[in-house]
Design a protein around this ligand. Structure first.
Ligand code: ASP
Ligand code: MG
Length: 421
């Protein structure tokens, strides 16, 4: 059994959804299809939450009606009259739930309200997808993942009760699979013991796919994207990226740690623990090979893997009494970062100073500087970038830092990091 994850971009239009059919038909065993909301629906739902929680219910309902119409028009394009009639009925149930959730929303329970509203995106998209696959004669079943994925009540970032969910997955989904049926279900959402809907954090569908794969012993997970596979750098920032054929989970975790937006670390863990390979493939051309991520890869040759973090600030912290920055000062400094929940992207310390490179979020930085200035002097260096290159060569380092002013450089055998302006 395999898990296929289809993200919002792969179903952004009815044409795109229809184009997934050959991909699905090519699977030789039953598959679980974990599906996101259509296109940018989640963003639209977030706007509805904001309006509803501000008390502007009229505006929220207005926006919801627009979103409903988009889903109906989408379904109409894809489905014949008979199936559209069925889909309309099924979608109406969720439209009604959405209206109730808007009426019920309030600022005092923002995160809860968010989840009751935002979960609708995946429910609507999978309903439409289900009716389309039914029309095309596929042997499958639509499942509400909220009957499977049980979580705590941390709304917007719910933690999965793994044991309970695994039992449910085996019972509810495993049975269908053993009957030879494929499954269409939602990513990103789940439910509490009291049956409140929850979300698992933005971009959480990949995590759902990994979770179900691990619970049901899948032989692989494929994430279908609009790119050919993983690239060695963000193509939006660099012109000449190359595709990576194969890469280890370890390497992907390293890249994510340095700030690459590749695959969410939550997704990687269940797959890595269970030795399940993750394929990244292109829904625009299913014949391209894509990238495979697994525990071991044959070739240990990687191209330089480049991560650029922009909008950074470099803080130089100096002791007021010229005391050395040793264990006591360090532990004090670390505890301040820890208390304010600030992630430091790069650290270096010297005799009487300590340097930290951090994401520049002004309110966070102000709180931090206020705290630090009780004991230290603080100098700020703004508008800097943090460049990280794994598997660097002198040539690529030269190339990437050409014309820049280097404020700080740290090298290990495999990784170089440069704070530059
Ligand atoms: N639809 C959700 C989002 O946009 C979940 C996902 O697509 O992974 O964040
Ligand atoms: Mg997505």
């Amino acid at each position: 059994m395999q898990v296929y994850k289809f993200g919002g971009a792969s179903i952004a239009t009815p044409e795109r959804m229809a184009a997934l059919l050959p991909i699905i038909q090519e699977a030789t065993q039953p598959i679980i299809m974990v599906v996101s909301a259509l296109g940018k629906t989640t963003n639209a739902l977030e706007d509805i939450v904001s309006a509803a929680c501000k008390g502007d219910k009229e505006k929220a309902h207005d926006m919801a009606r627009k979103l409903e119409q988009i889903h109906l028009d989408y379904a109409k394009t894809l489905l014949n009259t008979e199936n559209f009639a069925k889909a309309e009925k099924a979608l109406n149930v969720f439209f009604t739930e959405l209206q109730w959730a808007i009426d019920d929303a309030e600022a005092a329970k923002y995160d809860y309200s968010y989840d009751q509203i935002v979960c609708m995106g995946e429910l609507l998209s999978t309903r439409i997808f289900g009716f389309y696959l039914q029309q095309e004669g596929l042997n499958f079943e639509w499942a509400d993942v909220r009957d499977v994925v049980r979580t705590d009540e941390t709304f917007r970032d719910a933690r999965v009760d793994w044991n309970y969910s695994e039992t449910q997955a085996k019972q509810k989904l495993g049975t269908l699979l053993s009957q030879g049926k494929s499954i269409v279900t939602q990513g990103f959402i789940g439910a509490t013991a009291d049956n409140a809907s929850v979300t698992l954090g933005r971009e959480g569908s990949d995590y759902t796919a990994a979770m179900l794969a691990a619970m049901l012993g899948a032989t692989g997970v494929t994430i279908w994207k609009d790119v050919e596979g993983l690239q060695n750098a963000d193509p939006k920032l660099f012109p000449n990226t190359v595709k990576i054929e194969a890469i280890t989970y370890h390497e992907v975790i390293e890249m994510a740690y340095y700030g690459a937006q590749v695959i969410h670390p939550k997704t990687i863990k269940p797959l890595q623990n269970n030795g399940i390979p993750l394929y990244v493939r292109c829904f625009l051309n299913k014949d391209l090979k894509g990238t495979v991520i697994q525990n071991e890869v044959n070739s240990i040759f990687y191209p330089p893997l480049i991560v650029l973090k922009q909008k950074q600030i470099l803080l130089q912290v100096t002791t007021r009494d010229f005391s050395f920055v040793t264990e006591d000062n360090l532990s004090n400094l670390y505890s301040i970062f820890h208390k304010l929940k600030i992630k430091v992207n790069l650290i270096q310390n010297a005799a009487i100073s300590f340097v930290a490179c951090i994401d520049h979020k002004e309110d966070q930085i102000q709180a931090l500087v206020t705290e630090l200035e009780k004991d230290y002097k603080v100098f700020r260096n703004e508008d800097v970038s943090l460049l990280t290159i794994r598997h660097y060569t002198p040539e690529i380092l030269f190339e990437m830092t050409k014309g820049k002013y280097t404020l700080l450089e740290q090298k290990t055998r495999q990784t170089v990091q440069v704070v530059m302006k």
